[in-house]
Design a protein around this ligand. Structure first.
Ligand code: NAD
Length: 520
């Protein structure tokens, strides 16, 4: 039995890949097309958050091993960049087919390592799959521009060229989707890639890399190194890495942004959030409550676009009671249980942090309408579970409001008017997303115009844009200027080269002019 067979003993894994056949729990790096065991003496356990079973172990990759991964990517670049774009697209076309075929296995791995329910894990994979589908049209996305005859006999055109070696650093909360935001776009543009999965759930990245190679991605185009701070710092400092995509928390993201841009690299850094849902009294009560419950407690609140704060405009009492009733019906259990609505949070430390922030809310005067901190889940007594929790009468000065909780905790606030609600949202430092629930077009349009968040939902709780748009968090939720995927994603992974050419009959012309050439 291999790693996955050990962790998921009820699943038979036929025709598994080389690295999964090992008897060791240790996850190898991927360097130049080979799965290579790290020689590191330090490993970190990957733990199933519902059971505390050790699923696998990731190495703290040594500096030498990291350098060999970057060298492999650098070596693979010249021939990959010269591979026809149509061929690169076809690799993605095959890759998307393989992801679909392996959807259940990928989702099971996500549930095992991350904890979310199987249905939610399928969504995690599917949202990433859509980026792969989009990359299948890269020839059009990467197309340059051409202006004929900018001056007599002179044309100017621009080409989008790949940068070289790019790197990606991933968070734990979407182990399949976020790696897929990164490397499919980067490599289809002609770059090569070094991926650093989250140390908490590396399995989906490994499975995806294997499928990408099966789809025809040449050796060295995608490499994987495991580890934490040290390997991340090595990525920031390495002279051969041209661009870094980061998704995760603010402290890590701002550190990486500063360190890597000081080295002249491009960085796109998607970070933390505190997303507000503003509820107008004219909203459809039933669908709004459903949306708040789904977006507040889904994935145990561990989504960067989770709706963690509700601002009730006008009289809030009847709404809070309904919210409470609906939240109480949710089933908390291991993600593999078919009737589970939400699974555990990622770690013991994450649970402690969530509980501490809830307590700080209570201590500073918030009302605890629903307390999920002491939940015990039958059959999974060791899991890091937190049940749905609702704090009401929260004010903007409270720590539980200012900090990102990243757990199944909904914070309720009140505002007397839409203006007041917008003001609350805009004063918050984060700007990932904000939603309004209303039947008034006037209110919705005012909200859309005045709200300072990069992604706005109108009667939509989690407005994560599909890949033909980009993920456009703003304010403290993003650093950089070219967002993930969509047009901006292609721009991020390419350098524009602008060519000016002159083809005209020069016979009979002579003389030199030292004046600045103009087209006058
Ligand atoms: P994290 O910052 O702890 O870890 C992210 C990555 O950075 C990991 O690979 C980790 O090894 C590395 N890392 C962590 N601290 C580091 C440091 N000091 N120096 C160098 N590297 C470091 O984040 P997480 O807990 O895995 O993910 C949750 C966070 O990610 C939340 O804040 C969430 O809002 C955010 N997130 C944002 C988006 C978005 O698109 N805006 C999407 C998903 C998650």
């Amino acid at each position: 039995p291999g790693v996955f067979a050990l962790a998921n003993h009820h699943i038979s894994v036929a025709a598994e890949s080389s690295w999964k056949h090992r008897t060791s729990l240790r996850v190898p790096n991927l360097v130049g097309g080979s799965f290579v065991d790290s020689q590191s003496s330090e490993f970190i356990d990957v733990i199933n958050p519902a059971t505390q079973e050790v699923v696998s172990q990731i190495p703290l990759t040594t500096d030498e091993e990291f350098k060999s991964a970057v060298s492999a990517a650098k070596e693979a670049f010249p021939s990959w960049r010269n591979t026809p774009i149509t061929t690169r697209q076809r690799v993605m076309l095959k890759f998307q087919e393989l992801i679909r075929k392996n959807m259940d296995k990928l989702a099971l791995n996500v549930t095992t390592e991350q904890g979310k329910t199987l249905k939610d894990a399928q969504g995690d994979v599917f949202r990433g799959l859509e980026v792969v589908e989009h990359a299948c049209g890269m020839a059009t996305l990467q197309m340059g521009e051409y202006v004929s005859n900018v001056s007599n006999g002179i044309d100017t055109y621009s080409i989008r060229e790949p940068l070289g070696v790019c790197a990606g650093i991933c968070p734990f909360n979407f182990p399949a989707m976020i790696p897929l935001w990164m490397f499919p776009v980067a490599v289809t543009c002609g770059n090569t890639f070094v991926l650093k999965p989250s140390e908490k759930d590396p399995g989906a990245s490994m499975m995806l890399a294997e499928l990408a190679m099966e789809a025809g991605l040449p050796d060295g185009v995608l490499n994987i190194v495991h580890g934490t701070h040290d390997v991340v710092n090595a990525i920031c400092d390495d002279d051969d890495i041209r661009a870094i995509s980061f998704v995760g928390s603010n402290p890590a993201g701002m550190h990486i942004y500063a360190r890597a841009s000081a080295k002249g690299k491009r960085v796109q850094s998607n970070m933390g959030a505190k997303n507000h849902g503003v509820v107008m009294p004219d909203a459809n009560i039933d669908s709004t409550i459903n949306a708040l419950v789904a977006a507040g407690f889904g994935a145990a609140g561990q989504r960067c676009m989770a709706l963690s704060t509700v601002v009730f405009v006008g009289d809030s009492k009847p709404w809070e009671e309904k919210l409470l009733e609906r939240a109480k019906t949710l089933k908390v259990s291991a993600g593999t249980e078919p009737d589970a609505d939400l699974g555990p949070v990622i770690s013991k430390q994450a649970k402690e942090r969530v509980c501490r922030l809830v307590q700080s809310g209570v201590d500073s005067g918030a009302k605890l309408l629903l307390d999920g901190r002491n939940i015990v889940v039958a059959g999974y007594e060791k899991g890091n579970f937190v049940g749905p929790t609702i704090l009401s009468d929260v004010t903007p000065d409270m720590e539980c409001y200012k900090e990102e909780i990243f757990g199944p905790v909904l914070i309720c606030m009140q505002a007397n008017s839409l203006d007041e609600a917008i003001n609350i949202v805009n004063k918050n430092k984060y700007g990932n997303g904000a939603a309004i629930f209303t039947t008034s077009g006037v209110a919705a349009r005012k909200f859309q115009t005045e709200i300072e968040a990069g992604q706005v939902g109108i009667n939509v709780p989690i407005p994560v844009p599909l890949p033909f748009f980009s993920f456009t968090g703003s304010k403290a939720s993003f650093a950089g200027d070219l967002n993930f995927y969509g047009k901006a994603g292609v721009q991020f992974y390419t350098q524009i080269k602008t060519v000016t050419q002159q083809w005209k009959d020069l016979s009979g012309r002579s003389g030199v002019s030292l004046a600045m050439p103009t087209s006058q």
